[in-house]
Write a protein that binds this ligand. Sequence first.
Ligand code: GUN
Length: 284
Amino acid sequence: MQIIDGKQTAADVRLEVKQEVEALRIRTGKIPGLAILIVGENPASKIYVRSKVKSCEEVGIYGINDELPADISESALLERIAYWNAREDIDGILVQLPLPPHIDEKKVIDAIELTKDVDGFKPENLGLLFLGDKDSLKSCTPLGVLELLKRYRIPIAGKNAVIVGRSNIVGKPMAGLLITESATVTVCNSHTKNLGAVTAGADILVAAMGKAKFIKGDMVKEGAVVIDVGINRGAEGLCGDVDFAEVAPKTSFITPVPGGVGPMTVAMLMKNTLHAFRINKKII
Ligand code: GUN
């Protein structure tokens, strides 16, 4: 069994982004810019946003944390997005989710310029992902999972990949990416019959349903690759959707929580912002 080191891999990715940002700065006199919008005071969201801003500083991206009050009107938030859309020095716009209930998430995502959608949440970007488009902006967490599989030289083509969870942010784009990599993909949800039997058929198992330690040893095949996307905050601190102690001994590769997929999400956001910079500034 080998533990996949997401913390180190994310540091490797950030270093590569930093070097590329610096090379492009010398060539063009410009650097990528990322506006991160946060509405209200959700403590978990604040922690995520802080780590995104810190990452920007590390890699040489101009990162702005646009903190907005919890009671901001939907129209004022849409105006704010229009403002960042118009700013030429801003290549990426990220609106941290979840939003307060009086704001329509769909309208907000629709308002973001297609080429600045560094979260890859817009319908057109998710559609392009499913079409196997190489250059579209793609959701950071699934992209981070794929990056881990590739950097650990884990074969994907022809493998049975099972994803537990069908969210728009993780499960669905993860399925699209793995289909493009020629895996045979099954996406499970809370209605799936005999879930344990389905997951036990997985060569690659991606747990992304947000239930602490839900995946047990008897649900995993001997030698499987297990990727844990879950971040659950409990009494004992952070834990994933996989019962690591039970599952790890059966696997060939497994990601820990923390230190697995989590740091990769932010690293891929940096990579996406650099990619958006190239698109917006037409740099080949
Ligand atoms: N909330 C939880 N995950 C994400 C993410 O990847 N992007 C944004 N914008 N909000 C989130």
